[in-house]
Ligand binder design. Structure first.
Ligand code: TXA
Ligand code: MG
Length: 329
């Protein structure tokens, strides 16, 4: 666990325009002073991230939001009271002090107050909002431990260790239309959670020029083929034949990722997102299992069981679909 001294020296790096990887409750982030264009540019270089994909700006106190947004929408307070600190990002019209590079030229900025103590301490000690994407190379698996960060971002010297992330998948990203919210990226906070607090917009699309440029079809990918299977829709015989009769699957040793606790015969290894279909547990385990299988030299390909499209299952399926995208017919 990062000590107070390590957090303080990480804050000095941020103040000096450098990069720090740090834990949040969702995934690890790669942070820089959000108001310093050159520091923010270093994030894009280190992540090999295309410049069209905007960053989330992290704050430690609701007061800090005033300087970042154009007008203070009163719904921010309602949402902040319900979900901050926590895994919700709100996209709002940005003020002039937020550099264009942080928002990829958009007139809006995504803002979030994380609830991880190390993250909050780091933002406070740095004395500035911190722009941070997930601390992985662009398109690869998101990190939920400090070791995952070190594996991909070898150029980042300061990685604050906060152990394994408590939530395990990224924040829900929303934008606000005049009549209510629109979900731009599914995450731990669900539509049902949000609807208890503010109405959902009747428009499906955000009332902003570009909805969410970072939402690509392929993302979160392990460096091995990944396929999805809905074993509940298969007969017992189909399940038994899956490995032999599926000519889409590569040769070699497969790993199966189970969600329901059920097994699919013929795999070299089985990992469990959950042993009994628990979605929260699955979210916590998802990226860690993908990293582990990516790193296992005895595994050639991965097959993952689909999860139900309900609650945070929507966010989990979003990640799985994107991770498997390259291998879809
Ligand atoms: O949980 C999280 O959100 C993590 C932790 C580190 O906070 N961060 C994260 O950042 O997942 P990143 O960069 O991997 O994903 C941020 C996504 C972008 O790809 C984009 O789709 C959306 O948030 N986003 C950010 N700013 C936006 C804006 N101004 N308008 C629309 N979408 C935006
Ligand atoms: Mg990311």
């Amino acid at each position: 666990m990062a000590s107070q001294e390590q957090i303080q020296s990480a804050a000095q790096i941020i103040k000096a325009g450098g990069l720090v990887a740090f834990p949040t409750e969702t995934v690890y982030g790669l942070g820089a002073d959000a108001l310093n264009s050159i520091a923010v540019a270093k994030i894009f270089i280190e992540k090999e991230r295309p410049s069209f994909d905007p960053l989330i700006v992290h704050i430690s106190n609701i007061k800090e939001i005033e300087q970042l947004v154009k007008d203070f929408d009163s719904r921010i307070n309602t949402l902040a009271n319900a979900f901050w600190p926590g895994p919700l990002t709100i996209v709002l019209p940005k003020s002039d002090i937020v550099p264009h590079i942080a928002t990829s030229g958009l007139p809006t900025v995504g803002i979030r107050m994380p609830r991880n103590e190390i993250a909050l301490e780091l933002i406070k000690a740095s004395g500035c909002p911190i722009a941070a994407p997930s601390a992985n190379k662009f398109g690869r698996i998101s990190p939920t431990t400090a070791a995952h960060v070190r594996k991909q971002l070898t150029g980042v010297e300061c990685v604050l260790d906060g152990g394994a992330c408590e939530v395990g998948i990224e924040s829900t990203v929303i934008s606000l239309n005049p009549d209510g919210f629109v979900i731009l990226r599914e995450g731990f906070i669900t539509q049902a959670n949000l609807e208890k607090v503010i109405p959902k917009s009747k428009e499906e699309i955000a009332n902003s020029p570009v909805a969410s440029p970072g939402l690509l079809e392929s993302h979160y990918s392990p460096e091995k083929p990944l396929f999805l299977v809905d074993i509940n829709s298969m007969s017992r015989t189909e399940q038994l034949n899956y490995l032999c009769s599926n000519n889409r699957l590569p040769k070699g040793n497969g790993a199966f990722i189970s969600f329901s606790g059920k097994l699919l015969p013929g795999f070299t290894l089985t990992e469990y997102l959950s042993k009994e279909g628990n979605l929260k547990e699955a979210a916590i385990n998802l990226f860690g299992i993908l990293h582990k299988l990516e790193d296992n030299p005895n595994i050639d390909f991965i097959v993952a069981e689909t999860v139900p499209l309900e609650g945070i299952g929507r966010a989990i399926m979003d990640k799985l679909n994107k991770a498997a995208h390259r291998y879809k017919k």
